[in-house]
Ligand binder design. Sequence first.
Ligand SMILES: Cc1cc2nc3c(=O)[nH]c(=O)nc-3n(C[C@H](O)[C@H](O)[C@H](O)COP(=O)(O)OP(=O)(O)OC[C@H]3O[C@@H](n4cnc5c(N)ncnc54)[C@H](O)[C@@H]3O)c2cc1C
Ligand SMILES: NC(=O)c1ccc[n+]([C@@H]2O[C@H](COP(=O)([O-])OP(=O)(O)OC[C@H]3O[C@@H](n4cnc5c(N)ncnc54)[C@H](O)[C@@H]3O)[C@@H](O)[C@H]2O)c1
Length: 468
Amino acid sequence: MVTRIVIMGGGPAGWESALVAAQHGADVTIVERDGIGGACVLYDCVPSKTFIASAGARSAFHRSGELGIRTDTSDASVDLSVVHSRVKGLALAQSADTRARLERAGVRLITGHARFCDESPGLAQHRISVTTPDGGHETLPADVVLIATGATPRVVPGAEPDGERILNWRQIYDLPELPSHLVVIGSGVTGAEFASAYTEMGVKVTVVSSRDRVLPHEDADAAAVLEDVFAERGTTVVKYGRAERVERLPDGVLVRLQDGRTIEASHALMTVGSVPNTADIGLETVGIETGPGGFIPVDRVSRTSVSGVYAAGDCTGVLMLASVAGMQGRIAMWHALGEGVNPIRLKTVASNVFTNPEIANVGISQQAIDSGEVPARTIMLPLATNARSKMEGLRRGFVKLFCRPATGVVIGGVVVAPTASELILPIALAVQNQLTVEHLAHTFSVYPSLSGTITEAGRQLMRHDDLD
Ligand SMILES: Cc1cc2nc3c(=O)[nH]c(=O)nc-3n(C[C@H](O)[C@H](O)[C@H](O)COP(=O)(O)OP(=O)(O)OC[C@H]3O[C@@H](n4cnc5c(N)ncnc54)[C@H](O)[C@@H]3O)c2cc1C
Ligand SMILES: NC(=O)c1ccc[n+]([C@@H]2O[C@H](COP(=O)([O-])OP(=O)(O)OC[C@H]3O[C@@H](n4cnc5c(N)ncnc54)[C@H](O)[C@@H]3O)[C@@H](O)[C@H]2O)c1
């Protein structure tokens, strides 16, 4: 019998699971209320990384003087309408590509809002009611449902985005010109990325961090490098600052912090996290209760508490990354369709903060090692002594490598470099496959290359090997 699968949401969790389910012969429908690709492709990940690519091009131009390349102008100007059209065009193209791929795989795509409409909890089959934009209705019976509804920017009461001066990250691509002074409220990954990008675009930026530093959940040494860069470029970080309100002024905004401090700027960008889209999808009709923050609790094969209902991606609050969303979705489908499946291993997830420089990490954190939670041998090598680094004019950045004390098995690492997102792969490969520092040490890296510092880190940890 063919399994009927309904997927609520067409982001990475939804589209990746649909592709796997279709490949295994299931009858698959995705209901997406907005565009295929989800918030990831249309508003969050893809647009921000495209914008950051333009910011990176401008900063590369600025560094070229040091390498002996001069241009006529002292400042690289930004054609913002070109930057923004490129961002939007690329997002739409990526959405269209994903749609075409799903259609080729035989997935049915419906535009509309999906919600459960089971007559009572505990039924073996589920029903999804779809409301289409023209007000039409359709009810879809399903043997398996995947909830992949994603998340939406959190709104601080008293600082509601108006799309003109008080903005969330989905609204910035409609600005007619660059802000003269942007205050970024929230210094998590989203806040840090936009603070860095606008700094590179030549905008005066102030970052409000609720903690003692930017990127409170990332490696402390890496965050310190970013703060150094911010200080050098004139970007200010206001620490221990929690925004209470953002008021409109005739020509800008006034940010009021809880402790009474105020910041005046031309624009405010709210990057204070996301809330899951789980409120209006009829979870009560199937008997699923959300956990803290409204996220849907799932196990490591993406099962909810209700048989036949799985959840994946940002709506579960499990590492809010596109890569994790996709993997949770695939695992859900393999499990639902009776394939052998390994539960998700979050300690092997590689992630990257797309600041300048980038910050990538994988595996066990320095903090877990320092607190004694995980025993490890560690090494931190600056990139400044790497020959390629010198040639490129890079003064900042480092490679950290962590391994098990006795066996030398690599359990984690951090890279801070302009291309850290690419350089983390050998460490991620080692963590995933339980390779040792010796494996890294004996691997040829190109000379000269930044990755040479990764193999060197392997050699230095090997030197201290207990078995020597
Ligand atoms: C600014 C920013 C930058 C990011 N950059 C990165 C990055 O570089 N790398 C990375 O790995 N991650 C990044 N992320 C995180 C990444 O975007 C998310 O983890 C990812 O989008 C989660 O995918 P998803 O499928 O769960 O949800 P989404 O991509 O949010 O898709 C969910 C979809 O479900 C739809 N939907 C919701 N409710 C319903 C309903 N009832 N019926 C029908 N459809 C519905 C929504 O319209 C949406 O299209 C970034 C996040 C932000 C905010
Ligand atoms: N490159 C990437 O992969 C990427 C990029 C962006 C986001 N993401 C993911 O999305 C998730 C969410 O990240 P995020 O940065 O959007 O949210 P977050 O919740 O991680 O960070 C928001 C920050 O804002 C602070 N904050 C909240 N209210 C505040 C207030 N009133 N005033 C000042 N500060 C306030 C919080 O303390 C927190 O530090 C993360 O899991 C992240 O990994 C990933």
